[in-house]
Design a protein around this ligand. Structure first.
Ligand code: ATP
Length: 237
C-alpha cells in the first residue's frame, strides 16, 4: 500500500483550473519529486495534499485512509507536514520558538526534544542561532528553519515546496544533501522543484506537470535521460 496517493485530483481557483485529473503515488521511504514550469500547478498540488486548498474532484489517500476532506491541522497530526514555498518563518519569533511552533500538535515532550536535537544535527547553523529572531536570518537560514519547523511535527511525509528557491549555489547543494539525509533517516519526501537537475538526481521517482496535467513519470534517472525532459527542464538540447 502506498503511503500517499492522489487519485484523479483536480483543483480550481474560481473558474481557473490549476490541476486537472492528476494521479500521484508516493511509497513509504521514497523521495518523489514534481517538476514543471511556472504555473504548472506544483504548489497547488502541494496545497491539496496539505489541505490548504480543497479538491474540486478526486481523492487523496494517506496510509490507506481517505483524507480528502480532512482539515489541514488534522493532516499534520496524521503525519503530513509542509515547509511552504516562500519559507514562511515567523519573523518576530526566535529559532527555538519557530521550531516549537512546528510541534504544536504534539504533547510528547521527550519526542519533541529528540526531534529538536535531530533538527540541530541536520542544521548546525540553527543550533548556533537558536536565540536569533527569524526575520533577521538570511534567506538560506530561513529556508533551513522552515524545513526544521516542518520536521518538528515528526512527519511521515515531508512536503517541500521549492526548497532551493533563491539560494546561492553552495546552499542549493547543501539543501539537497540534507533532504537526502532526512530521507535516509526514514522520512518520506514529496518535493516540488524548479531545479530539475538536482531534484531528479536525488529523487527515487518523479512526475512532470505541464499546465495542470502529468505528462511524464518515471524514476529520477529515467527522466534525467528523457530527451523531452532534457530539452524543457535541463537546459540541454
Ligand atoms: P511556480 O513554479 O511559478 O510557483 P506552480 O507550478 O507552483 O508555479 P501554481 O502556483 O500551482 O503553479 O499555479 C497553478 C495555476 O493556478 C497558475 O495558473 C496560477 O496562476 C493559478 N493560481 C495559483 N494560485 C491562485 C490563486 N490563489 N488564485 C487564482 N489562481 C491561482
Amino acid at each position: 500500500m502506498a503511503l500517499l496517493e492522489l487519485i484523479d485530483v483536480s483543483v480550481h481557483y474560481g473558474s481557473i483550473r490549476a490541476v486537472h485529473g492528476i494521479s500521484i503515488t508516493v511509497e513509504e521511504a521514497e523521495i518523489v519529486t514534481l517538476i514543471g514550469a511556472n504555473g504548472a500547478g506544483k504548489s497547488t498540488t502541494m496545497r491539496a495534499v496539505s489541505g490548504i486548498r480543497p479538491l474540486s474532484s478526486g481523492k487523496i489517500l494517506f496510509d490507506g485512509q481517505d483524507i480528502t476532506k480532512l482539515r489541514a491541522d488534522l493532516r499534520v497530526v496524521r503525519g503530513i507536514s509542509q515547509a511552504p514555498e516562500g519559507r514562511g518563518v515567523f519573523p518576530g519569533m526566535t529559532v527555538m520558538e519557530n521550531l516549537d511552533m512546528g510541534a504544536f500538535t504534539r504533547k510528547d515532550k521527550k519526542g519533541i526534544a529528540a526531534d529538536r536535537d535531530r533538527v540541530f544535527d541536520l542544521f548546525p547553523r540553527l543550533a548556533e542561532r537558536r536565540t536569533q529572531v527569524g526575520g533577521t536570518m538570511s534567506g538560506g537560514e530561513q529556508q533551513m528553519l522552515a524545513i526544521g519547523r516542518a520536521l518538528m511535527a515528526n512527519p511521515r511525509v515531508l512536503l517541500l515546496d521549492e526548497p532551493s528557491m533563491g539560494l546561492a549555489p553552495q546552499f542549493i547543494q547543501q539543501i539537497f544533501k540534507i533532504i537526502t539525509e532526512i530521507n535516509k533517516q526514514g522520512t518520506t519526501v514529496l518535493l516540488v522543484e524548479q531545479n530539475a537537475q538536482q531534484a531528479l538526481s536525488r529523487a527515487h521517482r518523479a512526475y512532470v506537470l505541464e499546465t495542470g496535467t502529468i505528462t511524464r513519470e518515471g524514476t529520477g534517472k529515467e527522466l534525467l535521460s528523457d530527451e523531452s525532459v532534457k530539452a524543457a527542464y535541463l537546459g540541454v538540447t
